[in-house]
Design a protein around this ligand. Sequence first.
Ligand code: DOR
Ligand code: ZN
Ligand code: ZN
Length: 423
Amino acid sequence: MDILIQNGRIIDPASKRDEVADVYVADGKVKAIGKDLNDPAEKVIDATGLFVMPGFIDLHVHLREPGLEHKETIATGAAAAARGGYTTICAMPNTKPVVDSREVVEAIYKKAENVKCHVLQVGAVTKGQAGRELADIREMKKAGICAISEDGKSVMDSKLYRQAMVIAKEEDIPVFAHCEDKNLVGKGALNAGKKAEELGVEGITNAVEDIITARDILLSKETGARLHLCHCSTEDSVRMVKEAKEQGLKVTAEVCPHHFTLTEDDIVGSDTNYKMNPPLRSKADKDALIAGLSQDIMDVISTDHAPHHAEEKAKSMAEAPFGIVGLETAYCLANSELVAKGHLTEKQLVEKMSVNPAKVLGMDKGCIDVGKTADIVITDPKEAYVIDVNEFASKGKNTPFHGRKVTGRVKYTILSGEVVYED
Ligand code: DOR
Ligand code: ZN
Ligand code: ZN
């Protein structure tokens, strides 16, 4: 199908374009961009008053397949991604089995062929994510992994992690780091603070994250591996990323919408929809993350979309699994909390949700240009609405944002020239 997107504000930092114009899409590609294009098209989208941007890219998603399909499948996760304006998502390897071999990667890519979003798989660092022996990173690279990560935990053996970084550098893939000192975190469930005390659960201090963040930056410095820091949640992580960049190290960092929107003070009662890892932190941390995004110290907004079944989340704060869904609320939260409040420009939003994730991956994505794959999101930045979990395409309904008033709605998601979502 060919599509004519008329009269939208095209925001494409990669080509330095920010103008009201038309985009003509055919054969899966962008064929023309300009004023008053009059190519006949099967579908015409009136984008007057709307933003036309490169499809969002989420570096951090849990799709739960294979093995945990009661939480999410590749197909439902991809549908949630399409609804959230994403055209590429990176799936973390903490499935059952863990994605630690070429065979598992190939099986996932087969299942992901006809879903509503491009899926890239991340390979585990160690076999079974057990932290003892390296996974076959080179073989997984041949099957097309986009990165390695031990997400859900850190590889505590620094020597082993260093070896993985050397291989990642040779294979030219980034390392996505979940920074958490296993011994220091203990049974921590919430940020070490008033709320954890009130509920009588163990606290997670900032040092749990910061110690491993420092170690990983040092290992990246020694090995030359590209290090991407996942879900940064602390003030000191922002400072360390800033210093690493000043030293010219190959370090990038992401912030999740829940960490720039909420603090531990927002946790309602003992609602486990506020439990994720790393946890909601203090106001000082949240403010530092927002300043880091605003000053372009922090490169990427990712979701850490972590669907869980309602029965699992119904457990106590101490026992329930960590994680919240994020694909269908990321854009409206970034728009409401960052752009509308003056912390980010629209251009910066596109950089953090499309352009920079593509750079981290080293892939030719995150732009709208003639000849490029037509992965496009169209949003209404002014539309106000209330987030309703019942509308989610994800199997996971575990969000603290149900009932929240936001502005900014995804209207269309176009994947390789096909409309895969229309509001
Ligand atoms: O909140 C989280 N959920 N953090 C993680 O590190 C893992 C993830 C999951 O897999 O549920
Ligand atoms: Zn993680
Ligand atoms: Zn994660």
